[in-house]
Every structure is written in C-alpha cells, then in structure tokens.
Design a protein around this ligand. Sequence first.
Ligand code: ACO
Length: 310
Amino acid sequence: MVGAVIVGWGTALPDRIVTNADLEAVLDTSDEWITERTGIKERRVGGTTAGLAVAAGARALERAGLHGSDIDQVLLATTTPDRMIPSTASDVQHALGIEGGALDLNAACSGFVYGLVHAHGLIALGARRVLLIGSETLSRVTDWHDRNTAILFADGAGAVVLEATAGTGQLLGWDLGSDGSARDLLYADIGGYLQMDGREVFRRAVRATVDSARRSLERAGIRPSDVALAVPHQANIRIIDAACQRLGIPMERTATVLHATGNTSSASIPLALVDAIERGRLHRGDLVLLVGFGAGMSWASAVIRWEADT
Ligand code: ACO
C-alpha cells in the first residue's frame, strides 16, 4: 500500500493591501458593515495566477528540500486561470522546472481539497511527488463597483508538496460532492464579472460544510472532539462560526485568515493551513479537518493526520 504525506508548504500574497476604508471611499458600504457581516478587514490584490502560484510553489519546494525536477505532477486549483488555453499549470511547470504532468482543476473554493484527494489518488497509482497549488486572482473577475462582491473577493496562493510513503499515509477520510442544479447561485461568464446570490450561498454553505465534514469524520472514524485543527474555506466568519458550532468544534481549534486575506477561493484553505503551521498550531500526529464549499455548488472535505515536523 502506498499513501501520501505533506512534506512542504508555502504561500504568496500580492503586496497591495486594500482595506475596508479604501472600499468605503468608492462604494456605498462601511468598515463596520463589512467587519460585522463578513469578518474581513483587508485583502490583497494584484499579480497573476501563475505568478502567485510559482511563488507559493517555490516556497513549498524549498521547505521540502526539493527541486522542480523531483515533482511528477503539478495540480493547480484555480477558478481564475490567466488564459483560456493553455492551462495556467503549464506556466507554473515551466517556471519551476517540473518535468512531469501539469493540469488546472476548477472546483471553485473546494478546489484545493478536491486537488488534495486527487493527489493522493495519483500517488496511490505510482506518482512519487505531487505539487498541489491553489492560486487565484479573483480581483480580475470582480466588479469593483458592486458592493455585493467587491467586499469579499481577493488574490493569493498556497501550495503543498505531497510525497509517497509506505503504509496508509495521512488521509483518513474524505468527501467530494457537487450539486449542479445550484450552479447559477454564483458564476462568472467568460469575460464577465462574478454574480452571486449571497444569502442563498450563505445558507447552503453552512449546510454543505457541516454535512461534508461529518461524512469525512465518520469515514475517518473520529469525533469532532478529536480534531486538533479545523481549516475551513475562508469566505465569511459567520459561515465558519455557524458551521463550527454545529459540528461542535470551538473557534480556538479553527484556522482563520480571512480578516487579512478576504475570500481567495482555492487559495484560502492552504493560506489558513500554512498560517496555522507558522503560528506553531500544528504538531506531528494532530488530526486536521479541511473543508471547503463553493460555486457549482461544490463541497469537499478531508481528514488527515499531520505527519510533518513543523
Ligand atoms: N455594504 C453595506 N450594506 C450592504 C452591503 C455592503 N457591502 N451589501 C449588502 N448590504 C445591505 C443590503 O442591501 C441589505 O440591506 P436591506 O436590509 O436594506 O435590504 C442588508 O445589507 C443585508 O443584506 P444581506 O444580503 O442580507 O446581507 P448578509 O448578511 O447576507 O451578508 C454577504 C451578505 C456578506 C454576501 C453574505 O450573504 C455572504 O457572505 N454570503 C456567502 C457568500 C460566499 O460565501 N460566497 C463565496 C462562495 S465560495 C466561491 O465559490 C467563490
């Protein structure tokens, strides 16, 4: 049996900070409203999806003590590719000197966890190492005059390196799903801006997060009280609060970065995971629940046992 473990991690954020006060100046909104309704205080804007992905991927490789030539596959989770054709992953592959395969994966904000499960599958089939990146430049598909979306979405990237290991590896349980009948609740047409029914997305997000997390926990054979760290998609602090309350996981055991990053879709979970690592919140043997939901409407969760030295 061949399993996988995370052996490296890294993130990248654009330099430019857009605060709620900056948005107040151009939109009919307020810092107080945004903070109270979303938990977001500021976000990062700028760069390209490939540029951010390369920076995060290079840091993850460095942390793992590896080079691009050690990687068999690069999976890039993104909803905001730089071009229609070719995949943005091919830019990343070239820049990092990766000789193996490269593909983009779009499962909206669930993309990173979808990619994590697919990476474990590739390794079970014989790949030795997979570089998994979530990278987004949502600012390019956001209408900065639309207060429904401009306050939420932003740019960033996070990456992990997964390596084959003898035995079952870190993945204890997972759940991937989608309800295509709800695909019009959040979309951007090619060349268009993000359109969203925020209230309905909110309602479904809490339910999808809780239901998917419960399925993964059950498959892993663990209880919510066993979870050392929950890493949810960073869309809205009220969604995270409501879901964690229903799951019985206190906020002290939940990773959040959205106050500083906004919603970065497939980058949000690795950004929160790496932030928790850097704050010394994760230790070898800890059980970690990763859970995301997003456009589609998609959802994804996974329970892993953290195996790396942090
Ligand atoms: N500033 C000030 N007032 C606002 C703003 C704003 N930016 N936006 C809406 N309002 C007003 C509304 O007009 C409304 O006023 P009214 O009561 O006079 O009609 C009031 O505030 C409440 O509006 P709601 O839409 O009910 O506000 P809500 O509390 O639902 O918050 C929000 C809106 C933040 C969009 C929330 O619904 C949300 O986070 N939804 C989920 C969105 C999400 O997670 N999307 C990403 C999915 S993941 C992916 O795939 C990318």
